[in-house]
Each structure stands twice: as C-alpha cells, then as structure tokens.
Design a binder for this molecule. Structure first.
Ligand SMILES: [Zn+2]
Length: 231
C-alpha cells in the first residue's frame, strides 16, 4: 500500500518536476541531467581500478582468467546509488547508464581496463530486455565507449535462458543455473580481441563468469571485467 502510494507520488513528481536529482530530489542546475553534481561526486567510488588483486579480481580467481577487473562503486542499501540504479533499471531512465558509463570511463582511463579493444555488455534475455526496453549494461557500455573511444559490440552474443533471481541459492547451484546460458552468435567479431565485459551489479559473479568463459573459447581472446557496483 505504502509502496504504491510512494510510486504514484514519484510518478507525479516526474510529471511536474522533471528537473530534480533522482537521488536527492533537489533541483538540477541547467548543465546537470538526472543526478546533481554533489550526488555524483559523493558516490562511494571503489578506486579498485588503481589496485591489482582487488576484491573484484579475487571473485574470479580460479574461475575465469581475467586481465583486470573493477567495480565503480560500493553498493549500499538506501543509498543515493541505489536510487540511481533503481531509476536506471525500473523507471526507464536509460540515459543514467550512459552517464555512469562516462564517469566510469574518466576514472579508468589510465588503467589496464582502458587498453581493451572492444567493450561488450553482458546480454540480457530477450524477454527481459523487451520488458525493460533496453539492456542497462549496454547503456553503461555506451558511455564507457564514448569516454574511452573504444567500440561497443552488443549484437554478437545472446542470453538463451531467463535465469530467475538467484539470491537464495548456494554458489554451486548458482553456477549450475548459469552454465551454458550464453550463446556467442558472431564469434568472428571477437577473435584476437581484448574484451572489456560490462555488467551492472556483481554479487557472486556467476553470470559474468559464465559469459566470459564462453568468450574465452574464441581464439586469441582476453577478457577484463567492469561492474557498476559491487554488492
Ligand atoms: Zn542529488
């Protein structure tokens, strides 16, 4: 009930006050879009891109061979970032993905991550992408690509299975749940490339692991990984 009223209220806010920050609800300046500068600069950035053997790289140790990995921010409940992510994923604000991708790009410019040849978002299952209207990771990839001047390849792989939410499963079950989920439809696009794989939130890494291992079957491929947030 309360949630419904809240949603209704938020939609009304959107209608009458389109130029307020999605995170803190203060008025945006003319040069700001969706999120105010204070909220953006105050996000809990991980700086993992400056550190080898960071916690995101460690997630993949012994599971998939990666060159480098990072997350942009630490995910915290009831945070400004959670509000931003919610608007990106569930309220159709796909431009927020591009915005975060651009910020991400400016942060990692000097790191190994920026040495990738192409940027590839983790595919969403068609049904989910249709429902949402876009793949949020693809929008982040777009921003990264623009910022780093690296091409995005988003149409050469697909997700075959719509995996259910995995929060209640154990690690091995989660792995089973995502094994063989991805199909590389145009492997020739990836041959010999260092691929920067993009996901939104990394929890166990099982989904990204499955996707990257599929990519690594292609001759000459190396992978790096970036997530928006580390849960
Ligand atoms: Zn704000």
């Amino acid at each position: 009930m309360f949630g419904k009223i809240n949603k209704y209220f938020n939609n009304l806010l959107d209608l009458f006050f389109p130029n307020i920050c999605v995170a803190c609800q203060t008025a945006l300046a003319g040069n700001e879009q969706y999120v105010c500068t204070a909220c953006l600069s105050g996000l809990p950035y991980t700086n993992f891109w400056n550190h080898t053997e960071n916690p995101i790289e460690k997630i993949f140790w012994g599971r998939v061979v990666i060159e480098s990995a990072a997350a942009l921010v630490f995910f915290e409940k009831n945070s400004h970032f959670q509000e931003i992510l919610h608007h990106l994923k569930y309220r159709g604000k796909s431009e927020l993905g591009v915005l975060l991708g651009r910020i991400y790009g400016s942060k990692i410019k000097q790191s190994i991550l920026a040495e990738a040849d192409i940027i590839v978002p983790v595919p969403l299952h068609k049904s989910r992408e249709q429902k949402r209207g876009f793949n949020q990771s693809e929008r982040v990839a777009e921003g990264l690509g623009k910022s780093l001047n690296i091409p995005v390849v988003a149409n050469a792989a697909e997700r075959m299975v719509a995996t259910k939410t995995q929060t209640s499963k154990k690690r091995f079950d989660r792995w089973l749940n995502v094994a063989g989920v991805f199909n590389i439809t145009r492997p020739e696009k990836f041959i010999g490339k260092h691929i920067l794989v993009v996901d939104d939130v990394i929890t166990t890494g099982a989904t990204s692991e499955s996707f990257m291992n599929e990519l690594l079957k292609i001759p000459g491929v190396k992978v790096s990984f970036v997530a928006l947030a580390s849960a």
